[in-house]
Design a protein around this ligand. Structure first.
Ligand code: FA5
Length: 327
């Protein structure tokens, strides 16, 4: 009896079959257990306690095997019932584009409307593109190892030092080396400087380089393009001013500020491409002239998003989702 009962229980595959097995093997009124019990009545009174105990043991084993199987078969159905399709779904957290990436996209779009195409250059540069061709001589303080991130050049020939570019002006050189004038490009990307970090300075930040070279380009074109750009990005309420300045690769040079609260915030440097730079890339300074500018992307984004607390630019790189979620 026991072996047959256990086999029947094990092979039962659904709740209906397991119920049939119960009726057959464990039924109270008739069935195989009842038959077995009737044998009990035939044994001698001395044998009865022993046979009775054995009967109960068998019955309990079959009973618990049956219960176990029943629970097992009932589970999938219970799980199916537990899915309440009327409950609101669990939404997956959605990311968003970083505010600086958004700013870069918008800069490209505005400059595209002004006829500038996008060029790219590497973040790891050699001294020719970061300095030499930009008219920055070997003894110039801008090359100081303390002001740049030079790369350890173990295993490389040390006569070609590499560094993380300190300005996107490197791309001016790369573009002019590869294309004949006229040129009208912007290049947006990361630059690196071991500057002291404060509300407006980071040791990694982004610049937008602009370069336009053609016959008869003047300072008036530079000022027009920069004003059109600032106005397109901020709307009409932006005040831009130009201050005389110096860069080795432009002559004359200006620094560009925009009104910010009660004062001015420096947003970039610019100027007319120095004839030495044009010569370094094989252009003829008698034939073409050009302007170039380099703007700090974070400075624009800070004003646009009204980030004026003391953490300032550092908000962009803290990676605090409470900040990033706002964009
Ligand atoms: C330059 O980097 C020149 N290459 C710009 C240029 C290009 C001049 C073409 C002439 C022709 P400067 O070091 O001033 O210039 O940096 C340009 C802008 O980058 C600054 O006005 C500022 O807006 C931003 N900037 C500079 N240093 C940092 C910094 N540590 N953190 C954030 N922004 C910075």
């Amino acid at each position: 009896y026991e072996q047959q009962a256990l086999e029947a229980i094990q092979s039962a595959g659904d709740p209906q079959r397991i119920e049939e097995v119960r009726v057959e093997f464990l039924g109270k009124k008739k069935g195989r257990l009842k038959d077995l019990q009737s044998v009990l009545g035939k044994v001698t009174p001395e044998e009865r306690p022993v046979v009775g105990r054995r009967f109960n043991e068998i019955k309990n084993r079959v009973q618990s095997a049956w219960e176990q199987k029943r629970d097992q078969l009932a589970k999938p159905a219970a799980a199916a019932e537990a899915i309440d399709v009327t409950l609101p779904g669990v939404s997956l957290p959605l990311g968003s584009r970083h505010p600086i990436a958004q700013t870069i996209d918008e800069f490209k779009e505005i400059m595209g409307r002004l006829g500038f195409s996008v060029a790219d250059g590497p973040e790891i540069e050699d001294e020719r593109h970061n300095f030499e061709a930009l008219n920055i001589p070997l003894d110039h303080p801008a090359r100081d190892p303390l002001d740049n991130f030079y790369l350890a050049t173990a295993g490389r020939s040390s006569d070609r030092p590499l560094l993380l570019r300190s300005q996107t002006s490197t791309v001016q050189i790369r573009v002019m080396e590869q294309t004949a004038p006229p040129v009208r490009i912007v290049s947006l990307g990361r630059v690196y400087r071991p500057d002291a970090i404060d509300a407006t300075h980071s040791c990694m930040f982004h610049q937008m380089e602009g370069l336009m070279v053609d016959r008869g380009i003047t300072m008036a074109d530079l000022k027009t393009v920069l004003r059109l750009f600032a106005t397109a990005y901020f709307g009409d309420d932006v005040h831009v001013r130009f201050r005389p300045s110096f860069f080795p690769f432009t002559e004359p040079s200006v620094e560009v500020d925009m009104a910010w609260g009660d004062g001015w915030l420096e947003i970039g440097g610019a100027g007319m491409v120095d004839p030495n730079v044009l010569k370094a890339v094989g252009y003829d300074p008698e034939e073409v002239t050009g302007f170039a500018f380099g703007l700090g992307v974070e400075r624009f984004a800070m004003r646009r998003f009204a980030i004026s607390d003391e953490r300032g630019i550092r908000h962009f790189y803290d990676n605090d989702v409470r900040f990033l979620q706002q964009f």
